[in-house]
Design a protein around this ligand. Structure first.
Ligand code: COA
Length: 197
């Protein structure tokens, strides 16, 4: 569908190859709902944008993403979430342009490397007013591509059983799902080299 068509032009002001190594994706333009957005790694400079994004969430969104509800995204927590080591973990954002011309976060997809160095746990969140435009799917495929390049074997997640949208999206990408005994949750495993297993 056109609403998900993307192009690979670097956005204005992007400086390809100037800051992060080749295994960290560069900023690129992607169109959602016919509107150009930027997809790029989060940086420490995004902490205030993350707080503003958090303030847009309703309780259900917070609970589904973080596993419990909390009211405030503190500056220190925001800095932790945007200031990850992008060469080991990965935190990608989709940004639009706000009324004042500055960037606004519309979606985040991230993974955190697990101890064995071969798997990573992923999480996604999309602005309520920008759902079903393909943002989470685009972020998932971007995470999968980079995880493969880094030699990971699988991406995993634990998702609440009621979160049918997230589970459907993972399954469409090739994930298996299994109920967690004694919890209202589902374990997701997404192999990155399915033909090798
Ligand atoms: C789950 C979530 C990330 C999906 O984001 P999204 O950008 O709306 O998803 P996409 O547009 O990429 O959806 C891709 C496909 O996944 C499936 N899907 C996504 N959301 C769905 C929903 N609510 N119901 C049913 N299917 C859904 C559909 O097959 C969809 O394709 P379609 O729109 O062509 O039918 C978003 O709803 C969200 O932020 N939820 C709250 C936080 C959360 O649950 N995080 C997950 C923790 S790991």
């Amino acid at each position: 569908m056109n609403r998900r068509a993307s192009d690979a032009r670097p956005p204005e002001g992007a400086t390809p190859g100037s800051s992060l190594s080749s295994d960290v994706p560069e900023a690129r333009l992607v169109s959602f709902g016919g509107v150009p957005h930027r997809l790029r790694p989060l940086t420490l400079a995004d902490a205030d944008r993350l707080i503003a994004f958090f303030q847009s969430h309703n309780e259900e969104t917070v609970r589904l993403r973080y596993g419990y509800f909390f009211r405030e995204m503190t500056p220190s927590r925001a800095r932790q979430l945007v200031g990850v080591d992008q060469h080991k973990d990965l935190a990608l954002g989709i940004f639009s342009t706000g009324a004042d011309g500055t960037e606004v976060i519309d979606a985040i997809g991230r993974y955190c490397l697990m101890e064995d160095g071969k798997a990573a746990e992923m999480a996604f969140i999309v602005r309520e007013s920008k759902r079903r435009l393909g943002m989470a799917q685009t972020l998932l495929h971007a995470l999968m591509d980079i995880a493969r390049k880094r030699g990971l074997n699988e991406l995993v997640a634990q998702v609440q059983r009621e979160n049918r949208g997230m589970i459907a999206l993972f399954q469409q990408a090739g994930a298996s799902s299994r109920s967690v005994l004694g919890a209202d949750a589902v374990d997701i495993r997404l192999p990155l080299h399915p033909s090798a297993t």
